[in-house]
Each structure stands twice: as structure tokens, then as C-alpha cells.
Design a protein around this ligand. Structure first.
Ligand SMILES: O=P(O)(O)OC[C@H]1O[C@@H](O)[C@@H](O)[C@@H](O)[C@@H]1O
Length: 269
């Protein structure tokens, strides 16, 4: 078995935070929005990040693989809320369907923010965001994001901040529809073991302790996987992986989950 703790990359963002929750730290004077775990070659179609917000992210959309015609990877993504300040919100899809022209007009005058379907969120909520879904993340949130390894974000609106917009590209790939919360939103308790995503682009599960059901779920991960302990450590052969770290392993033979711990495992498909 091969295993290693993954190097991290700390990314400053206009909407990031100068103070991060332990065990993370932000370099003095920098607003850190994202902490990435560099995937190993065996998992290079997958990217895991922590996101920490103090302000709203852009109103944005990501393309599907098919939209890019082979020139890069699309970006399906999912978020597990790990902490939320009171009133923290995020937006997924529109409250009522809009057509491309309405979307363009609303992006240009900023009213797109009010057309989005914002929801209050709290720790434990989980969302899968199919590529093509117009979305925005609000202030006061800490999330774990698992995504296709792609950095293609098309911004529709950025609250007048001096960052590039990509209106034509966004409208070409965006759905003007309502988010299917019944299918793509759920809540997971910290002590629950569950398969959270089963394709099409990646698989993701939460393992809490080493419950009965965990063996069946782990059986679905047939190759290399990434481990991201959220509480309690995970042993991967001779490595101890702590919350805030992430490791990869070529298999699960030598992986031991803490009996009181909570760990995400992810693999590309
Ligand atoms: O364009 P900004 O606002 O910086 O947001 C970009 C960020 O958006 C989030 O929804 C995620 O997709 C992140 O992976 C991405 O880096």
C-alpha cells in the first residue's frame, strides 16, 4: 500500500478571513479563503478544499465536461457545512425559472442576487451542486468542498468588486432553473456513516467511527482514495492524519478510523 499526507496550498481571497478556525492559520494580514490539498497523480481528477468566508463569493456557475469539448475538466462540486454563523446563507439555483436574457439583464444590474434561491444553512448540511447550477456562497461559513479538479468558474456578478466577470461563458452553460433540493440537499449528523455522493464524477462518504455499515460503504471504494478527518485522527499504515490534514492511500487495508472520529473519504470515478 502507498500513502502520504497531502501538501496544502493556502489561497487568499477577497471574501476570505484573516483569522481561521484551529488548526488552520492565516499568514498575518492575509485574507485566506481556501485551503487546498494537492492531489497525488492517482487522484488528480479530484480536489478537496476548505472554504472560509467573511463576505459573499461571486454569483457564479461552473461548466460540465461536455461544455468544454475535451478542453479541460468541468466542475461538479459538493459542500459539507462544518460551521455557520447565525444567519449564514448560500444560494443554489433560482427561486423561479429565468431565461438567458433575464439572467443577463439581472447579472448586469445586480438584481440576480435577489433572483437566486438563498437558504439559511447550519453545520451538517450537505449540498451537491451539478455543473450548470448558478450559485453563491454567503459570509460566515466554513465548508469542506469536494470537486472535480477544475478551476473554471464563470462569474455572473461580483457585487461591483474589481474581479473579472465571464457573462457570455456563464450564460452559455448556466441553467436558469430551480435547484432540486429533494435530490441534492441533505443533512448528515456528525456520528452518521453514509455514502454522500455516488457519481457521476466522484464518490464521497462520511465514516463515523467504524460502524457496521462502514464496511459496505468502504467496499465501494475500490482503488486509491483521499481521507479527510474532520474529528479524531485516522491511521494510514504508519501515518497519523489529524483534522485539518488530508492523506491519500492506494487502498484501505491499513486504514484505521478513530472509533469516535468522523472522516470523509473521496475518490474520482
Ligand atoms: O469567484 P470566487 O468568488 O472567488 O469563488 C470561487 C470559488 O467558488 C466556490 O463556489 C467554489 O467553486 C470554489 O472552488 C471556487 O474557488
Amino acid at each position: 500500500m502507498t500513502q502520504a499526507v497531502l501538501p496544502t496550498k493556502t489561497v487568499a481571497k477577497i471574501w476570505g478571513r484573516e483569522t481561521l478556525p484551529a488548526p488552520f492559520t492565516a499568514p498575518a494580514g492575509e485574507r485566506i479563503g481556501e485551503i487546498w490539498f494537492d492531489p497525488p497523480p492517482a487522484l488528480d481528477r479530484l480536489l478537496a478544499k476548505y472554504l472560509f468566508t467573511s463576505d459573499k463569493l461571486s454569483v457564479q456557475v461552473h461548466p460540465r465536461d461536455e461544455d468544454l469539448g475535451g478542453a479541460g475538466s468541468g466542475k461538479e462540486e459538493c459542500w459539507l457545512v462544518i460551521a455557520a454563523e447565525p444567519g449564514a446563507r448560500l444560494a443554489l439555483g433560482f427561486s423561479a425559472p429565468v431565461d438567458p436574457e433575464q439572467m443577463r439583464t439581472a447579472a448586469l444590474d445586480g438584481s440576480i442576487e435577489d433572483l437566486l434561491d438563498w437558504r439559511d444553512v447550519s453545520a451538517g448540511e450537505f449540498f451537491y451542486i451539478p455543473a450548470g447550477t448558478v450559485h453563491a456562497i454567503g459570509a460566515g461559513l466554513s465548508l469542506v468542498e469536494i470537486q472535480q479538479n477544475s478551476e473554471i468558474t464563470y462569474r455572473l456578478y461580483d457585487y461591483g468588486r474589481p474581479r473579472a466577470l465571464h457573462l457570455d461563458e456563464a450564460i452559455a452553460v448556466a441553467s436558469g432553473g430551480v435547484f432540486d433540493a429533494g435530490r441534492y440537499a441533505s443533512t448528515i449528523a456528525a456520528d452518521e456513516t453514509r455514502l454522500l455522493v455516488d457519481g457521476p464524477k466522484f464518490r464521497l462518504a462520511q465514516i463515523a467511527g467504524y460502524a457496521e455499515g462502514a464496511a459496505a460503504i468502504l467496499g465501494k471504494f475500490t482503488g486509491a482514495a483521499q481521507l479527510l478527518p474532520l474529528s479524531g485522527s485516522v491511521r494510514v499504515a504508519d501515518l497519523t492524519v489529524e483534522p485539518g490534514q488530508s492523506a491519500w492511500a492506494s487502498g484501505f487495508q491499513d486504514v484505521t478510523f478513530a472509533s469516535e472520529g468522523r472522516c470523509l473519504i473521496a475518490a474520482p470515478l
